[in-house]
Design a protein around this ligand. Structure first.
Ligand code: S3P
Length: 196
C-alpha cells in the first residue's frame, strides 16, 4: 500500500501529466498502471492508442506500413495525450528519440525514466514476439545497440526509477517517493523565485 501522505502531497503539487519513458521490456506500462491506480489518475498507453486508431497491432503496422508511418502516428498520439492534463502516460521505447516528441515530454510533463538492466530487458522481451524492432537479428545485440543510443536521451528525464527484478510494489513506492521529492524541490524553487 502506498503511503497516503505521499499520495496527498503528490496530488497537491502535480499539475502536468506523468510520462514514463524507457526501453522496451522495462515495465513502463505495468508501472504506469500501478501509479495511475495509486494516484487515482487516468492511465494512457501510446502504443495502445496507436493500435486502436489503426485497428491493428504494432507488429502489423510495421509490416504493412513501415516504421516511419508508425513513428509519425507515435509523434501525433503522444502530442495528443499530453494535452489531456493530469494522467499517467506510458510511451513506446522509441518515442523520446523523435526530437519533437522529446521536447514536448521535457517541457509539458513530469518525465520518469524506467531504467532497467540489459539482461532483464532481454529476458522480458524474449517472452513474446511482439517487438518488430527485435526481429531483424539477434535481439540481445539489437537491445544493446538501442540502449547505447537511447540511454543518454532517457537520462534527461526528471526522475529515474530502477525497475529491477524485485517486487512491483516496491518499485512503485520508490517511484512515488522520487516523484514526491521532485515535486517538493520544484515547489521550493518556485517559491524562492517568487521571493526574489
Ligand atoms: C519500440 C517499442 C515498443 C513499440 C514499438 C517500437 C521501440 O513499445 O512502440 O515496437 O522503438 O523501442 P514498448 O517500449 O512498450 O515495448
Amino acid at each position: 500500500m502506498a503511503d497516503e501522505r505521499i499520495l496527498d502531497s503528490i496530488h497537491a503539487r502535480l499539475d502536468r501529466p506523468l510520462v514514463l519513458i524507457g526501453m522496451m521490456g522495462s515495465g513502463k506500462s505495468r508501472l504506469g498502471r500501478m501509479l495511475a491506480e495509486a494516484l487515482d489518475l487516468p492511465f494512457m498507453d501510446s502504443d495502445e492508442e496507436i493500435e486502436k486508431a489503426a485497428g491493428c497491432t504494432i507488429s502489423e503496422i510495421f509490416e504493412r506500413y513501415g516504421e516511419p508511418f508508425f513513428r509519425d502516428r507515435e509523434r501525433r498520439i503522444v502530442a495528443r495525450l499530453l494535452e489531456n492534463g493530469r494522467g499517467v502516460i506510458a510511451t513506446g521505447g522509441g518515442a523520446p528519440m523523435q526530437p519533437e516528441t522529446a521536447e514536448a515530454i521535457w517541457t509539458r510533463s513530469v518525465s520518469i525514466w524506467v531504467r532497467t538492466e540489459l539482461s532483464l530487458l532481454i529476458e522480458r522481451t524474449g517472452r513474446n514476439g511482439n517487438r518488430p524492432l527485435l526481429k531483424g537479428g539477434d535481439p540481445a545485440e539489437i537491445l544493446k545497440g538501442l540502449a547505447a543510443v537511447r540511454n543518454p536521451v532517457y537520462e534527461r528525464a526528471d526522475i529515474v526509477v530502477d525497475s529491477h527484478g524485485g517486487p512491483a510494489a516496491s518499485i512503485m513506492n520508490d517511484a512515488l517517493q522520487r516523484l514526491d521529492g521532485y515535486l517538493a524541490a520544484q515547489n521550493r524553487k518556485g517559491a524562492s523565485r517568487d521571493a526574489e
